[in-house]
Design a protein around this ligand. Sequence first.
Ligand code: MCN
Ligand code: SMO
Length: 806
Amino acid sequence: MNDRDTQVAQPQDTEADCGREGQKFVGKPVRRVEDARLLTGLGRYVDDVPAGHALQMALVRSDQPHARIVDIHTAVAKTMPGVVGVYVWSDLAHLVKPAIATSRMSGYQPTPIHALANGVVHFVGEPVVAIVARSRYEAEDAVDGIEIIYDPLPVATNPEAAVEPGAPILHEGFESNVLVERAFVRGEVDAAFANAALVVSGKFRFHRKTSAAMEPRCYFADIDPGRDSLTLYTSSQVPGIVRDALADLLNMPGNQLTVIAPDVGGGFGGKTSVYQEEMLVCTLARKLGRAVKWTGDRLEDLLSTSQAFDERVAADLALDEEGRIVGLRANVIGDVGAYSIYPWTAGIEPVQVISFLPGPYQVPAYHGHVRGVTTPKSPTGPYRGVGRPTSTFVMERLMDMAAGRLGMDPADIRQRNLVQPDQFPYKTAVGIVWDQSAFTEGLHAAKERFGYTQARVEQEQARAEGRWIGIGIACYAELSGIGSRISASPGMPINTGTDTCVIQLDSTGAIRASFGCASHGQGHETTLAQVLADELGARLEDLRVVTGNSAAVPHSTGSYASRTAVISSGAGILAARELRQRMQRVAAFLLSVTVDDLEIVDSNIRVRLGDGKLSFGELARALYSQMGRVPPDVREEMCVSRVYDPVVGTTSSATHLVQVEVDPQTYAVHIQKYVIAEDCGRIINPLIVTGQTRGALAQGVGAALLEEVVYDADGQLLTASLVDYLLPSAPEVPALDMVHLKAEAPNTLGGFRGMGEGGTIGSPAAIANAVADALSSFGVEISELPVTPERLFRLIHQSKLDSTEE
Ligand code: MCN
Ligand code: SMO
């Protein structure tokens, strides 16, 4: 069905029509069908699910980073008004197992996560006591009635100190704080460095982040006590993973446990893991035979939602005299926080850093080494881009440093080193295979749209006037729509390579398609309906897309890792094709023609060269109600389930180009112009792709300039409110000009590539390069993000001091 010959990338306008011949919806800027509800306050989030009958839970969280729990006094709280129960770990130990993220990686140390701390606390914010009361108000009040006696234990909050011999060990019985260690070696790295014309080196740091979704985490366990069946409403990106995990931890069959993610107000990776509070509301609901609800507040979110990449990277790049990469070396320490998160493990972020460090470039020799180190801080987990914002930052800084030393233009050095069109499929130094993707075309298109050559001329003039103007480029590639051959996180216990679509024509003539994905802002109700409508010949409004309900399909995970456009669409295409054939076979019988005589247009099955036609409703009535019209041997079951596995996945790529001006008074960075040329394959909905990229760019601007989770040396969180943790707002987010390259993915059904994360992968690197370029006259390098005014001030003044001393 798919043309595979449209590999040559052509720049297109932002909201261009990207459709194919004969396709009414895919490729069109269809307005998001979910927005009418979401923008008028009619969205139904967990907190909107009627829960008047539920008991409310509040938690007493550890105020200690690492301590033995000596005693917990609960007597006072238990007598407080409205309190139904007060629970510590020993009250629940026989009801819920700890979540353990196992891994096949050698030397990996798993850390069990208990619903409530089991004897020792490992970070500030860890749940220690659960209080259930009639109202949240009373539950919160009773928190003050709890007294916990701790015996503090030593801490190593700095991961570099935590790996030293003799450092205090965070997890009892472990021999080291290293939870995961991995290395990739390809080629003769030492020889490459020995013979190189130029070596550039840096020590990079990307500070800790948090997802800061607008809706904090919220869980409501409703129970049908007579059947011992539970429905968990959860603000999760992965209701399928949560269902499977809780079924195991609570020892419940999956048919007794339904996990529903209704409307979810953002996740950005922070809602991809299984949380203690999810275990708690379910365990307590079963114990009490009553519905139990927990609603996180912003403080709890900042304390306990999984955080993001806290990486230290020492890296060297070796080049020949023409600026060709000959070798790359990196040593990474990732601060993974207190626990190895379920199911992704502590490897998810740090291992991805070294997996993707070579980026879209030809790197013949590579040695990457990483250690994921546990420290008494909130656990880290997936965050938009996973690993690649850091690896792109490091690699793209090194490329610019090399260009500077060789007197080359930053665009030219990239052009020379990118994997060239005739080299695809290209196996990277770590064994990832890039299928055909518009790497060089992306760089070229971004330069054209940006007016790069002219911008460099204007930059020189502005500099002559004393202005601090810089231009930054970043190129990256990512693997999206990862299928069953590659683990979404190395060595993790579950495979996430498929999605399922169950599609049915019901007796009213309506079509419902259920998927295992779980939209939390991506607009899946629109994009999946576009894909199905084209396959079925249906009108968009005749389709209902159901996502985020673990009971709707036999196996599901959710939405993360830019997978839904590839994997869920693929399942939808397979299921819709089969349903269409079945509908056509029955219709052919009813209309006394052959299947080949039929077409389906606007939800009508009609005879191509005649008058006969049947609406979906008429077909359903004939089949389900007027049984005499369709004899048993002609009847078809109008419910189809299909699983799609893209096996390896596909390569998305982009070039970001940005111009910034640094204010010499305030040291604030102003973004003046931003262009992204991206290849996400065939586009389902250009409005959504542009919107996703804008949102992801906003997140990348935050990561580059503002956002930083800060813990003090004792492990106390200093950025415990949004006054201290700075999110970007409208004035900081630049206007974005986009070029869509649309090089169809050669090996996915539909030709789509994922793109939900890309904007966050390229932007920190591009902005860092632009700031470094703006300040090149001071000889400062940007090796730490976010590049806050304070950091810039220090860098510039240090460099001024250095030059006066010389
Ligand atoms: N799309 C398209 N054409 C393509 C590729 C994608 O029209 N060629 C559309 C898709 O159909 C989908 C959207 O773009 O509606 C994103 O698709 P995809 O790249 O497959 O990513 P997922 O849907 O799997 O979403 C996950 C991704 C991740 S990993 C994070 S993190 C993230 C993101 O999506 N978090 C988000 N986007 C977010 N958007 C919002 N509003 N909130 C978040 O928390
Ligand atoms: S960090 Mo996105 O949920 O994979």
